[in-house]
Design a binder for this molecule. Structure first.
Ligand code: GDP
Length: 321
């Protein structure tokens, strides 16, 4: 009896936080993993698995890049993660955001239909599609009223996924991702900004941490858990949309306390609030309801908020010492 053929995956955005963790998980599971990287991408996140990947250089916004990668990789599973990620930047470049997220997503779906119609495809959507939500927690049926150009672009792809899944009988799933963090999170995101500052202050390298708003609430999970959820989505017989979230909200103040506790410092001594960094108020907390993923995928987060923040602080201590 011949052995089962090795499963094959294609990841767009493989060099980013999410793509690199997903690549590690798929390599560990025995997949042949292909990924698309921009010529300018740092490959630092892929240090542990880079020699076991096939990397295709190009911009996912250029259809020829996707088409070539699909033809060479012949994937059973496709994960579309490549996109601009820092939401406030989308106000600076709405057209570029629509292009990088919505147009690139639509081009990818068209190429999949032509070149890999049997592949199971999971696209990274975002809780930004809900905008400032009307009710909390949010689930797959919560009305969408995006409040940023980023959210508008993500909603276009999210709805296109649903439409093409129904009309073209493709295995397309949309993962509605809430905030997910790791030691690979860039420092413009508030988690990493705080963990890096806690480490720097405890080492005597910096004196204070300046934040915009301590009351803002987010549903933060570990990126590794969220990637495990996306893999389970690809593994389903039936495609669908799933909220992937911890289901628990924490404030920025909670985040600061958890990070400073890790280094034994009193945050009040080192914290300053600058209204210039404050964003519009959010009367309803953006917290996800992962019940559908729990019931149908058997998925839930395994890393607690405190463990996640503790690990990030320790990694920043290592880097800075
Ligand atoms: P987002 O959920 O995609 O916007 O992820 P961020 O990590 O950038 O922000 C999370 C929350 O932290 C938002 O509600 C911000 O208003 C709040 N926040 C408070 N102070 C800061 C800050 O100094 N930087 C950032 N990035 N966010 C801050």
């Amino acid at each position: 009896m011949s052995p089962e053929p090795r499963r094959r995956a294609l990841i767009t955005g493989i060099a980013g936080q999410d793509g690199s963790y997903l690549a590690e998980q798929l390599v560990d599971a025995g997949y042949a993993v292909h990924g698309i990287v921009r010529p300018t991408s740092s490959l630092a996140n892929l240090a542990g698995v880079g020699d076991r990947l096939v990397l295709h250089e190009g911009d996912v916004g250029v259809p020829a890049t996707i088409r070539r990668a699909l033809e060479v990789s012949e994937p059973d599973e496709i994960y579309h993660l490549a996109a601009p990620t820092f939401v406030p930047d989308s106000w600076l470049a709405p057209a570029g955001t629509i292009e990088g997220i919505a147009v690139a997503g639509a081009d990818l779906l068209a190429a999949v239909r032509e070149l890999a119609p049997d592949a199971h495809v999971v696209l990274a959507s975002s809780r930004e599609i809900f905008g400032i939500p009307v009710s909390s927690p949010q689930d797959e049926s919560t009305p969408c009223h995006p409040g940023t150009p980023y959210g508008v672009a993500k909603l276009a792809v999210h709805q296109l996924v649903g439409l093409l899944r129904d009309r073209q009988d493709l295995h397309l799933s949309s993962a509605i991702l809430f905030n997910h963090e790791s030691v690979r999170r860039p420092a413009n995101f508030v988690t990493r900004k705080v963990t890096r500052a806690a480490a720097a202050i405890s080492l005597g390298l910096e004196q204070e941490l300046v934040l915009g708003d301590l009351d803002a609430v987010r549903d933060w999970s570990a990126a590794t858990d969220i990637m495990a959820g996306m893999r389970l989505m690809a593994g389903q017989d039936e495609p669908g949309d799933f909220v992937l979230a911890s289901g628990v909200g924490h404030s920025v103040g909670d985040l600061v306390r958890a990070a400073f506790a890790e280094v034994g410092l009193d945050p009040d001594v080192h914290l300053r609030v600058d209204d210039g960094l404050r964003r519009p108020p959010e009367p309803v907390a953006p917290v996800g309801d992962p019940a559908r993923a729990r019931e149908l995928l058997g998925w839930s987060v395994t890393t607690s908020f405190e463990d996640l923040i503790g690990e990030m602080v320790r990694a920043d201590l290592d880097r800075l010492s």
